[in-house]
Design a protein around this ligand. Structure first.
Ligand SMILES: Cc1cc2nc3c(=O)[nH]c(=O)nc-3n(C[C@H](O)[C@H](O)[C@H](O)COP(=O)(O)OP(=O)(O)OC[C@H]3O[C@@H](n4cnc5c(N)ncnc54)[C@H](O)[C@@H]3O)c2cc1C
Length: 307
């Protein structure tokens, strides 16, 4: 949609707005075309107004976290992209062993907050980039734990602007997956931790960070693991067995350090990454008979569908 049309439609919504905004600046892959409108609601009233406008005018809506699990296509995102990074960032102690964390806060900010308050249980997530909202949607984690292990309840706004609190058992969490109602926005979560010893928590976190540093290409542009691990196997092992380590399409490369990561050497396009993904899937299927499933979310439009 044209910026002028969107400007008129959203003029009542007073929060920060950016028209025709390059999404590569909001994605850890550093890939992606422009969003028609990127909007930063500061509170639930702003957010509800945006949802109403989008519903009434039939404008597509996408909720952005920190963009660390996204491949945004080269044609960008039509309609409205909402970021909760301006408001929705509060993290507070809600009860002795419970933290309430806003969806727009960083997961690593929460990790530091838990450490400072000597609360244990979230150490598994140290080093996972992204926001609380994204971590809940993805049920982010490692083999040491995942978000569902610490969630008590999650507050959401449904696509018709209603605020609801969902209990953990109603969210349908599974491996890198959740079942929030379609079109809903995660607002905040109550997380249950337990009293711990600050020194022990810190030590555990340092070990996990140094393990991560030794295994993942953390200084390169990427979106983390591209594929989910199939049951009883590792996507990285399967890819390595095909000999594709270091294989590239344009500037998109199968990481030498961690074969389940694709890294952007600098000028990769989404098209390069998508071609590489298809090659990897085809080779793994031919050699191992296993269909890999993407963990990253692929969003937006191809360049030929740009208006
Ligand atoms: C170097 C690196 C290492 C990583 N390591 C791990 C790891 O060990 N384990 C792991 O699980 N992941 C890992 N990841 C992937 C990624 O960090 C996680 O999936 C993270 O939780 C995504 O959060 P985000 O805020 O960036 O979400 P985004 O990538 O912005 O979005 C992910 C999805 O969540 C939706 N979403 C985000 N916020 C909201 C909201 N408030 N309401 C509704 N929908 C929302 C988006 O629409 C999208 O569908 C890694 C990524 C990188 C780059």
């Amino acid at each position: 949609m044209k910026s002028e049309e969107l400007d008129v439609i959203f003029k009542e919504v007073r929060c920060k707005k950016k028209f025709n905004e390059p999404m590569r600046n909001y994605a850890s892959f550093r890939i992606g075309g422009n969003a028609d409108l990127l909007i930063f609601p500061e509170d639930t009233d702003d957010l509800r107004n945006v949802l109403y406008m989008c519903r009434d005018k039939k404008i597509p809506l996408f909720i952005l976290g920190f963009g660390t699990n996204l491949l945004i296509k080269d044609g960008g995102i039509r309609g409205v992209v909402v970021s909760l990074n301006e408001g929705f960032r509060e993290i507070r102690i809600a009860d002795d062993e419970m933290i309430t964390a806003g969806a727009g806060a960083g997961l690593q900010t929460l990790v530091s907050f838990a450490l400072k308050n000597e609360l244990s249980g979230i150490e598994f997530s140290v080093g996972i980039p992204g926001s609380i909202g994204g971590a809940l949607i993805m049920n982010a984690g490692t083999r040491d734990g995942e978000m569902k292990d610490i969630v008590k309840s999650v507050k959401i706004m449904t696509d018709d602007g209603e605020i609801k609190v969902l209990k953990r058992e109603d969210i349908g969490f599974s491996y890198r997956h959740s079942d929030f109602p379609t079109g809903s926005v995660v607002l905040e979560a109550d997380l249950i931790l337990r009293k711990g010893n600050g020194r022990d928590i810190k030590k555990k976190m340092e070990l996990l960070i140094s393990d991560r540093k030794s295994k993942q290409p953390l200084s390169s542009y990427s979106a983390g693991s591209v594929f989910k691990n199939p049951s009883n196997d590792f996507a990285g092992r399967l890819i390595e067995s095909t000999g594709l380590k270091g294989f590239s399409v344009g500037d998109a490369v199968v990481s030498e350090m961690h074969t389940n990561f694709i890294v952007n050497r600098g000028n990769a396009t989404a098209c390069d990454v998508l071609k590489l993904i298809e090659i990897v899937k085809e080779r793994v299927f031919t050699k191992e008979g296993i269909s890999l499933e993407e963990e990253i979310k692929i969003v937006g439009e191809d360049t030929h569908s740009m208006q």
